[in-house]
Design a protein around this ligand. Structure first.
Ligand SMILES: C[S@@+](CC[C@H](N)C(=O)[O-])C[C@H]1O[C@@H](n2cnc3c(N)ncnc32)[C@H](O)[C@@H]1O
Length: 273
């Protein structure tokens, strides 16, 4: 169970639509002092999806979580060893956050990628799915129901953002990076993993079977990110390739790795200038 609680960090939060003033936690409500903005807190999870957010999309992710979660999907984590390797890649990179950091895991799911880190420093878990967030809470994250493209944090309050296997569900990278750049302080680190568009296994898989994630999963190569990041004070500093299901070194850190087509996933380490 979480060693850090929402109570301690409530001053980092704001309404997803914009800053309407400080929020206070008042029993089962998170609200501005005058009460004009308020969010219910259900089973310890603040419901901070913007009023505009498409409830059908949220319900889809909720339904998927109830069926057993994305980590069991045939595309994302077909092999249990692959999931373990993803956890390993994140544990290597997360170990670089110092213990005074405050981090948010966006699209945290069960929170497996950051649960080890959440024992040492506060990690918010943001997800569309309450079912997922209940698990993330058990794994030590501070749960918040919210959307990656309208984050419920004030400007420049986070030392790091982690987002594992989420952006392939999202059409607009600009929206996501604008939010990540807004909520992080200069010098912060963003760790973001996704499906490798150039992976031989994924390209073959896509040709043979198609993809069965919610909507068409967007496979992206590093160049796709570099182009978008140019518009923000964000630069790729390191890349970890997650080699799976090959039985050799599971995680290779190298921006220009010549065998990257053998990696199904990669994790970008992005520095906020
Ligand atoms: C493939 S799962 C990854 C979960 C976790 N990060 C992991 O690697 O185990 C994708 C997660 O992203 C969440 N998600 C999808 N779109 C989102 C959005 N717009 N904002 C926040 N979370 C989102 C889903 O609910 C789901 O839990």
């Amino acid at each position: 169970m979480a060693q850090y609680s929402l109570n301690q960090y409530v001053d980092l939060l704001r309404a997803p639509e914009g800053d309407n003033g400080p929020l206070i936690l008042d029993r089962d409500t998170l609200r501005t002092e005058d009460g004009t903005t308020s969010f219910p807190v259900v089973d310890g999870i603040p419901q901070m999806l913007g009023a505009e957010f498409d409830r059908e999309v949220a319900a889809l992710y909720e339904g998927n979580a109830a069926k057993g979660g994305f980590e069991h999907s045939t595309v994302g984590y077909k092999f249990p060893s692959h999931y373990t390797r993803m956890i390993k890649a994140f544990s290597v990179l997360c170990a670089r956050f110092d213990e005074n950091s405050i981090v948010a895991d966006i699209g945290c799911g069960h929170g497996q990628m950051t649960s080890a880190m959440a024992k040492k420093l506060p990690v918010f878990g943001v997800d569309l799915s309450n079912n997922m967030l209940h698990e993330a809470k058990v794994n030590g994250l501070i749960p918040l129901r919210g959307d990656a493209s309208a984050l419920p944090f004030r400007d420049g309050v986070l030392d790091g953002v982690v987002s594992a296997e989420v952006v392939q569900h999202l059409p607009d990278l600009y929206e996501i990076f604008a939010e990540m750049a807004r909520v992080t302080r200069p010098g912060a680190t963003i760790l973001l993993s996704t499906l490798n568009r150039k992976s031989i296994v994924r390209r073959t898989n896509r040709k043979l079977r198609g993809l069965d994630l919610i909507g068409p999963a967007r496979l992206r190569a590093i160049e796709d990110f570099t182009a978008v990041l140019e518009g923000f004070p964000l630069r790729i500093e390191a890349v970890c390739w997650v080699m799976s299901p090959l039985p050799f070194n599971p995680v290779v850190e190298n921006v220009n790795f010549p065998l990257s087509a053998l990696a199904q996933n990669y994790v970008l380490s992005i520095r906020r200038a």
